[in-house]
Structures are given as C-alpha cells and as structure tokens.
Write a protein that binds this ligand. Structure first.
Ligand code: LLP
Length: 384
C-alpha cells in the first residue's frame, strides 16, 4: 500500500511515479538480458511518455519503440539514441516519415506495401536510405481483451503472412530501401507464456519460409505484451521477466548473427505509477453507495474503455484505522455513466476529503488522458 507521507501536497487528481521501483524493474530486465549481446529491449513509449520517466529509461540503456512522430521526438529529447529507435504504426504520415528519416532511426516497422512505397519515395527525395522491417500479422490468438489483441488475421495490423515474401522482394528492388527483418506483436497484457510460445513457433515457420525463398532477415522483433498483476500489485511489483525471456530463448530458432528485439511497455512502467484522487462526496443512493472522486475517465480511461481493473486503496482511511468495510461504487465526475472505476468494492468507511489511490496506473494512464468536459490534464510527479 502507498503511504500518504510519500505523496506531494498538490492538487488532485495527479499521477505519482515510484522511480525506485522503476529502477528495480529496469535492473530486473537487465539481469535477464545482459548475457545476450544480440538482444535489444526497446521501451514502448506509448505506455508512458513522462519526460523524467523516459530519461530514466534511456539512461538505463534501453532503446525506444515509437508509433508516432511525436513519440520519436519525445524519445530523442529524452536521450534515446536514434540508432535504437524503431517506428511502427499502420498510419505513418509523410511528415512523420520525413522526420524519422532525418533523425536516422534504426528502422521502420512497415505495415503495408503502400507505406513501403511512400517511405521509398520520401527517402529518395531526401537523398537518403530507409531501413525497414515488415510487421507480419502472425495470425496468432492471444488471451487478452479484444481491444488489445493485435495479431489475428482480422486485426488491422501488419502484412498478411502469405504476402511476406512478395513484399520483401518488392523492397529489395527499391534502390533506397534496406530490408532489415521481421516484426511481430500479438497483443498486450498477456500473462500466459503459451501465447508467446505460439508466437515463437510462428516466427520459426516464417523463417523457414524465408529461407526456402532464398531470403534472410537480420532482425527479428517479437514486440511487447507482457502483462502485470493488476489484482495484487504489492505481491508482484516486478513482472516475471525470467519466464518471459526464457520463453523466447527456448522457443525461437534464431539464425547465426540475427538480432532479437523486444518492445516492452506496460511491464516496465505499470506498477510504478498510481493515480491519486480525492473523495469529493459519499452519496447513499437508493441501491448503491457511491464514493465520488475527483478523477474520472479523462484521467484514467482503462476501466471505462477496456473494463480494466485497478486496485483502489483509501489511503486516508487506512491511517484512521476505523470503520467496518463497506461496499462502494467508486465513480468520477464525468457526465457519462461509464465513468466508473470499480463497483461493489469493499473499502473502509470513506469520507469527503479522503485520498484514494488507483494502483498499477503507470502504463496507459497519464498518456491516455483527455480534456473532455474541459478538464485539465492530470500531471505526473515523481515520488520523493
Ligand atoms: N509494440 C507494439 C507494436 C504495440 O502495438 C504495443 C502496444 C507494444 C509494443 C507494447 O505493448 P505492451 O508491452 O505495453 O503490452 N492502451 C491499452 C494497451 C494498448 C497496447 C497497444 N500496443 C491498455 O491500456 O491496456
């Protein structure tokens, strides 16, 4: 549980980031990867782009996985070397491609033949070369929420695996394109290592197919997706990176000299962040008791958007140490019925003014905030 003494005295709602836990997490990843000098871990900037957090991750020697021109900019500003930045996304705009080429990023993860043609055209205009990997849709199912499954044939992502050889041959005919390798990403918040094992099997099949066609990929990127324990963040503050990385050491048949890339987002930053909110009112309605807090889905959209669960802790009530636990719906102030964080949730007796933490909110929290209802965006602070 967080303690109130660790919190800054600032206007709620806000995010608080535990940079010591972030460092432990980064160290745990290092411990599992440092013996493999052909491995590259790129932090998925989309999970949390707070400048101080980005700087800490960059300083720890990670690369960056970006999905927009803005993210490439943020990664460069935080000190990620361009040579360790990869850029994915189904809809890269011309200006984003231009800026990434000028910055000299490691490679584009290209998602269609049309995009490849545009990158080639822009590289030619800039009189430079573009390094590209192809994002292949592996058609592998993942056991997670439908909104965060990305590797099924019906998803918009990637190039159909049947088209892989064709697009690589096209790329090889383009003067300004260097074909680098293959990229995959099957989904997010995955806790079953079997999903990653299935991806390994598919990658091995794709590699066999490449070789049969006389082609070779120097880089294999297996994306991100490792999940975290939202139910009990204090039991598992650092995800099981050992099991995750071992799945790939065991499952992938890498060829001589191949570089292996990972793109972890959530697993790096989720547990180090909490959203801190204050209880405004406790309303006993006809059938329910509502704890109405000053944070809404504008600050943390995951419950409303994905039905996601974030553990709720009444930090003030914990210091009072009184009162029978009661069932509350913890809801925000937004004018939408979906603005609910948890329902029928057992908490110690809660009062106006209590500080409440929504845990495991370091990933896809602050970064997905919106200004709906003309609400100010929440700020992120580092824990003292
Ligand atoms: N690589 C690619 C190509 C991705 O699309 C993603 C996430 C990642 C890496 C990082 O995945 P992670 O390691 O964080 O699972 N907003 C949703 C999650 C969306 C994930 C989108 N892509 C949520 O709040 O659960």
């Amino acid at each position: 549980m967080l303690s109130i003494e660790q919190l800054p005295r600032v206007q709620t709602p806000y995010y608080i980031y535990d940079t010591a836990l972030l460092q432990r997490t980064l160290d745990a990843i290092h411990a599992e990867t440092r013996d493999h000098d052909n491995w590259h871990v790129h932090y998925a900037v989309k999970a949390n782009a707070h400048p101080d957090i980005l700087r800490q991750i960059a300083a720890a020697g990670f690369g960056a996985d970006c999905v927009s021109g803005g993210e490439v900019q943020a990664a460069l500003a935080a000190g990620f070397p361009a040579s360790e930045i990869v850029f994915a996304g189904v809809g890269k705009a011309d200006w984003e491609i231009r800026n990434a080429l000028k910055a000299g990023i490691a490679m584009f993860n290209v998602e269609s033949l049309e995009e490849l043609e545009v990158i080639h055209e822009i590289a030619t205009l800039l009189n430079t070369r573009a390094r590209v990997s192809f994002r292949i849709n592996p058609d592998v199912g993942a056991h997670t929420h439908a909104h965060i499954t990305t590797g099924k044939a019906e998803n918009k992502f990637g190039i159909a695996k049947e088209d892989m050889v064709h697009v690589i041959r096209q790329a090889q005919q383009m003067q300004r394109i260097d074909f680098m390798g293959l990229h995959f990403h099957i989904g997010s918040q995955l806790l079953e290592m079997d999903d990653f094992a299935a991806l390994c099997t598919r990658v091995n099949e794709m590699q066999d197919e490449l070789e049969a066609a006389g082609l070779r990929a120097n880089n294999i990127n297996v994306g991100g997706g490792l999940g975290v324990d939202y139910q009990d963040p204090d039991a598992h503050p650092v995800p099981n990176f050992k099991a995750y990385f071992q799945t790939f050491t065991r499952g992938l048949k890498l060829r001589e000299g191949q570089q292996l890339h990972f793109e972890l987002g959530r697993a790096v930053v989720a547990q180090m962040g909490s959203l801190i909110t204050r209880c405004l009112y406790v309303k006993q309605a006809k059938v329910k008791k509502f704890a109405i807090v000053d944070a809404g889905f504008t600050d943390l959209i995951r419950p409303a958007f994905y039905g996601a669960y974030h553990k709720v802790e009444n930090l003030t009530a914990a210091t009072r140490g009184e009162g029978e636990p009661t069932l509350y719906d913890v809801v925000g102030p937004i004018c939408e019925s979906s603005d609910v964080f948890v329902t029928d949730y057992s908490m110690p007796a809660t009062r106006r003014g209590d500080l409440i933490a929504l845990r495991s909110a370091g990933a896809y929290g602050e970064i997905m905030a919106s200004g709906y209802n003309c609400r100010p965006l929440p700020k992120g602070y580092l824990m003292e």
